[in-house]
Ligand binder design. Structure first.
Ligand code: 5GP
Ligand code: MN
Length: 326
């Protein structure tokens, strides 16, 4: 039996001996986080355990259809609770749990399932595969090893996780294994066109206008090799949108031919700035992000800086001087 099979066996023994289970994922959740969390929630249902889900941050408009009301808890209600087991999905360190980072102290055992290369194995049991496309794909492997039923509903969640974290199966993390598993999910009844329409073709006009405002502020540096844009509070307010609803700006900047690294700065209401980085060259943005206490993947990573958006822009632009030799 390989290591993964042993760990899965151990996890399912823990689940069988548990009454109260908690599932969580990273703050400001994306498709992989939401898909994986919801897939595990549905997967555990037939076991008739008490399952609680916590995620810090809004569910973006395009994922709301897939999340049943009342499933995801937004405010802390675990002060006097100790869960038998806590699952932490798509999250490379405890800080990424945001306001729920102390939840790890409210569990007898923690299990982390993740695919970030910067994951420091912070849980009691860690299943980390930095080669795999998404947490959803890894979770699907775990579910298969367990031998329990994978329903169409679970297949949809896993599909969403893989679809979104591979950029519609276009990033280098997409493997032939990924495609084989996608074929299995389709055989379980996943409707790819329906999901595509909900996730990618349902943007409210104010979200698109906010997106255009962000792109309107694009700045290019170092012979156009580095592109940076800001999602400011002003843009959000003037278009009446939430930060989590604007997706794809950093990917859009990456589409520019000469751009090797794209960056988006997200201004928070407090004096801090979220930095998103994408790389199209051999510059490892996870390494850059680690220097600032963040993490991620070589080609997609991020971190947070306790500074204004203007100062953060200066810091980041200056940071990339050494890469682009000016
Ligand atoms: P995004 O730019 O879409 O927020 O994130 C890109 C990738 O970097 C994702 O895999 C995400 O989990 C990771 N990432 C983004 N921000 C942070 C951060 O502050 N800390 C860590 N550890 N990873 C991050
Ligand atoms: Mn992911």
């Amino acid at each position: 039996m390989n290591l993964m099979t042993n760990k899965v066996k151990e996890i399912f023994e823990i689940i069988n001996n548990s009454d109260n289970i908690c599932i969580t994922g990273h703050k400001a959740p994306d498709g992989d986080c939401i898909g994986s969390v919801m897939a595990l929630y549905e997967f555990l249902k037939p076991l008739n355990k008490n399952v609680t889900v916590y995620i810090d941050g809004l569910i973006p408009f395009n994922y709301k259809t897939f999340v049943k009301d009342g499933v995801i808890m937004k405010e802390k209600e675990y002060d006097n609770i100790v869960y038998d087991v806590l699952f932490i999905l798509d999250c490379s360190d405890a800080e990424r749990l945001g306001k729920f980072k102390d939840i790890i102290n409210h569990a007898k055992k923690s299990v982390c399932i993740d695919h970030h290369k910067t994951n420091n194995s912070f849980a009691d049991i860690n299943i980390i595969d930095s080669e795999i496309s998404s947490t959803g794909e890894l979770l699907y492997d775990i579910m298969n090893i367990s031998g329990m039923e994978i329903t169409k509903e679970i297949a949809v969640y896993i599909y969403i996780a893989i679809l979104t974290d591979t950029g519609k199966f276009s990033y280098s993390n997409t493997s032939s294994h990924t495609h084989s598993k996608i074929a299995e999910l389709l055989n379980l009844g996943v409707d790819v066109a329906e999901i595509d329409n909900i996730i990618y073709n349902s943007k409210p006009s104010n979200v698109v206008k906010a997106f255009i405002d962000c792109i309107g502020g694009l700045e290019l540096y170092y012979d156009n090799k580095f592109g940076i844009a800001c999602i400011t509070q002003e843009i959000l307010k003037s278009n009446n949108v939430e930060m989590g609803d604007i997706d794809g700006v950093v990917e859009f900047i990456r589409e520019i031919k000469e751009v090797e690294v794209s960056c988006v700065l997200k201004e928070s209401e407090s004096k801090s700035t979220k930095v998103s980085l994408r790389s199209k060259s051999n510059i490892d943005v996870a390494e850059v992000s680690l220097q600032y206490g963040g993490g991620g993947h070589a080609k997609a990573a991020g971190f947070e800086i306790n500074d204004t958006i203007e100062n953060t822009k200066k810091i980041i632009v200056n940071n990339f001087k050494v890469y682009f030799g000016e």
